[in-house]
Design a protein around this ligand. Structure first.
Ligand code: FE2
Length: 413
């Protein structure tokens, strides 16, 4: 019997969203076993976090780890467009190896964890015949699972029907163990191929019991309308919360009558939506002169309609976006600006979009700072000096966490 009541105790923190007095959190055997003011009994490790914000970990719901940290290889994206990015990645991926992808993915995950990100959904390009990116990220998922949880999406970057072998590659990727089936209907050769690709993705997900996350309408074309197809398939299959539509940037260009109808369909479908504010504001609107569109989906209206919306980083130093740190507070900060969500409840919502909404998108069940849950949390150097506006200050400051606790263990960050 240990002389300590707890493996780890945090003393005097303020729980996110709570306005009560400071609390202590007791952790044993990787679990949160007590939350109370002035816990009795000592911890083997005691951390004084007086007045600091204790938050559930950040959730990265959309990133491409296979292309992370390749900016400038073999050349920089001078036009800054999505399509030049796809071309450059097409060149870069000719030379990828397992070791190359694994090394960059793990380096990026460490960077993300240092910012308190402990859950990550990554896309793996499965348009490449050897499926090296997928194999590498599946190996990484296992290698890092004791300190960060990774979900892998089988993502057919070049489309399922654009090359004869691509459909079989997607099926193989799912059979190899991808958690999520992906797609890119707006990049299929025809509208009909795009519709067929969405139907095929749903078939595969049902057959293999997988989640779905589709790059959907990531274009400024107001005629790109695959989100309605995703909603229809979700309604017919009842897959609802297992389904995610990422980007949906064309939504920003739809006429209001169509957008209103579509929001109603999405409420029936109950799917998740992901916006990537850093990348959407950078890549979209490139063919416009002025006025120039922002190209970010209708985040505020979707949130107001009660839909689950999360934010992703999407790219970290890759052919599409040479900047990026992995800090989800940078993402939320940009979301506040480009989505014009500056009201206090709107800023709070943007924080939720990089924490608990992301957890919902990933279908996580063991998430949150509660007794009985696995002890994964972050401590931010944020005080509620503005009457309980902790999330406001967290986004305003975008600071690196003081402590990151993953599965009961303090990470060295
Ligand atoms: Fe993406």
């Amino acid at each position: 019997m240990s002389q300590f009541a707890y493996d780890l105790v945090l003393r005097g923190g303020k729980l996110l969203g709570e306005n009560q007095d400071a609390i202590d959190i007791g952790i044993r055997d990787k679990k949160i076993i007590a939350i109370a003011s002035q816990l009795e009994g000592a911890g083997n490790i005691e951390l004084a976090v007086s007045g600091k914000l204790i938050s559930p970990p950040f959730v990265e719901s959309h990133v491409h780890l296979d292309s992370a940290l390749t900016a400038g290889e073999p050349r920089w994206n001078e036009s800054g467009t999505l399509f030049e990015g796809i071309q450059i990645w097409g060149e870069r991926k000719q030379g990828i190896t397992l070791a190359d992808v694994k090394q960059r993915a793990i380096e990026t995950l460490k960077q993300q964890a240092s910012y308190g990100v402990l859950f990550v959904r990554t896309h793996a390009d499965v348009s490449e015949p050897n499926l090296i990116a997928l194999q590498a990220l599946l190996e990484v998922r296992e290698k890092v699972k004791d300190w960060i949880t990774v979900q892998v999406v089988a993502f057919p970057q070049d489309g399922i029907y654009s090359q004869p072998e691509n459909e079989a590659l997607l099926v193989k990727a799912v059979e190899m163990g991808a958690d999520v089936v992906g797609g890119i209907p707006h990049y299929e050769l025809t509208r009909e191929d795009g519709v067929r690709s969405v139907q095929r993705i749903f078939e595969l997900a049902q057959q293999y019991d997988r989640l779905i996350d589709i790059h959907c309408d990531e274009i400024d074309d107001d005629q790109s309308r695959f989100l309605e197809v995703v909603a229809a398939c979700a309604i017919r299959t009842g897959m609802g919360s297992k389904v995610t539509a990422s980007h949906t940037t064309a939504f920003a260009s739809y006429n209001n009558a169509y957008a209103l109808k579509l929001i109603g369909f999405l409420q029936r479908a109950k799917i998740n939506l992901i916006a990537n504010p850093l990348i959407n504001i950078t890549l979209q609107g490139r063919t416009d002169s002025y006025p120039k569109r922002r190209g970010v989906t209708r985040v505020k209206e979707l949130w107001q309609a009660g839909l689950n919306v999360s934010f992703g980083h999407d790219c970290i130093q890759d052919p599409w976006y040479s900047l990026g740190t992995g800090n989800m507070l940078d993402v939320a900060h940009m979301g506040v600006h480009v989505c014009q969500m500056t009201g206090t409840s709107e800023i709070d919502a943007c924080y939720d979009m990089v924490t608990r909404n992301g957890a919902k998108t990933l279908n996580l069940v063991d998430y949150g700072v509660e007794v009985g849950k696995t002890a994964s949390l972050v401590v931010l150097d944020v005080r509620d000096t503005y009457g309980g506006k902790q999330r406001y200050n967290a986004i305003r400051l975008r600071s690196r966490p003081l402590y990151v606790i993953s599965q009961g263990v303090r990470l060295e960050i």
